[in-house]
Design a protein around this ligand. Sequence first.
Ligand code: AMP
Ligand code: GLY
Length: 425
Amino acid sequence: MRVMLIGGGGREHALAWKLAQSPLLTQLVVVPGNPGIAAEPKTKCLPGNVLDFVGLTKTARDEKIEFVVVGPDNPLAEGVVDHLEREGFRCFGPTKQAAELEWSKGFTKDLCAANNIPTARYRRFTDAGAARAYVAGHRMPVVIKADGLALGKGVIIAETRAEADDAIDEMFAGKFGDASRSVVVEEFMTGEEASFFALCDGTHALPLVAAQDHKRVGEGDTGPNTGGMGAYSPAPVMTQAMIDRTMAEIIHPTLVAMAKMGRPFKGVFYAGLMITDEGPKLIEYNARFGDPETQVLMMRLESDLLPALIAAREGTLNQVQLKWRAEAALTVAMAAKGYPGDVKKGSVIRGVESLAGDPAVKIFHAGTARNAQGELTANGGRVLNVTALGKDVREAQARAYAAVDRIDWPEGFCRRDIGWRALSR
Ligand code: AMP
Ligand code: GLY
């Protein structure tokens, strides 16, 4: 089978690495991919813009593609699946209407309210005055969220009323463009966070394993939010009982509600959860695989990924069973100095190739390029995801950091404490 994968970050490298192992696969075409992806067997990268649907369709046609897998959120929110399916290509991923679970926080909150899905209490606003008046009577901290996609930056946890007012004013002044024309104000929840994933075919849901990521840039989970500085799986907080409750109280009701609304969800639910004293509560949905959670999920997945993604498209997920390794996986993001602020591109990274022999270690490329001399260079904020398996989180962590220490990249940095929550239990 000839498969096209859309995207070019660490998540897509992990998906490409796993798809390339499928006996069903004859050729994987990744648009635009990256140098790490290009080095996988049966895989080639072609240039292209993930939002240029006409270009993607042409590539799919030229390459005789039989199945498309979409990685990132933006093309899903813009309707890439609707477009490619109309052109005759079978896709893994939700339609634009089904992806609204990710691109409108207000839509998801209303869906939760209408279906008794546990989440933080909230109100939606389309003007600053009403939002400020509501916040005036609210307990602190309070959470202010831009409704739409804001690169993970549209969430402010305000400790004081003044901070909340400032956040509201900034959002309605257009800080996140169209994404903050509508704002959600919600109750602050306490507990431990987890990332939970379930494949869905519109009717059936198949739970994957859970993970935990580290969103803050600094050790001890301090400093500004990032796209994710590391992740590990399993997440000890997600016991089997908690997984069962999440499926019964959150995933299942969502799936049924979406089908009833005429927007059956096909793809992967990525539920950001807060595990509270009362049980799991939904923080938000994403309508795609997590980055960097996918890097640890793919390391742990023993079964072939491709038939499961096809079953999600075809409505036959009830016939799929996935096997997972008992081992833990942990990934450390190496980022360019300055991230999540401005970074310099082009610094040379050495030592990555020397790590290729160890089956317990895999370096996924997130933002790399090759310079004119063929050397590997940094080409973004998050650059490498150094990933390892181990008998437990501690061993996976030790192996990942041993690999990090063999990478020679003076212009990069990483957190040294990925996995601390699991290790301090
Ligand atoms: P989101 O983009 O919605 O995942 O939010 C980003 C981060 O903000 C989450 O990972 C949580 O750490 C935090 N957060 C969002 N909503 C809440 C909430 N209602 N209570 C506590 N923390 C929250
Ligand atoms: N792990 C954060 C994200 O994928 O949005």
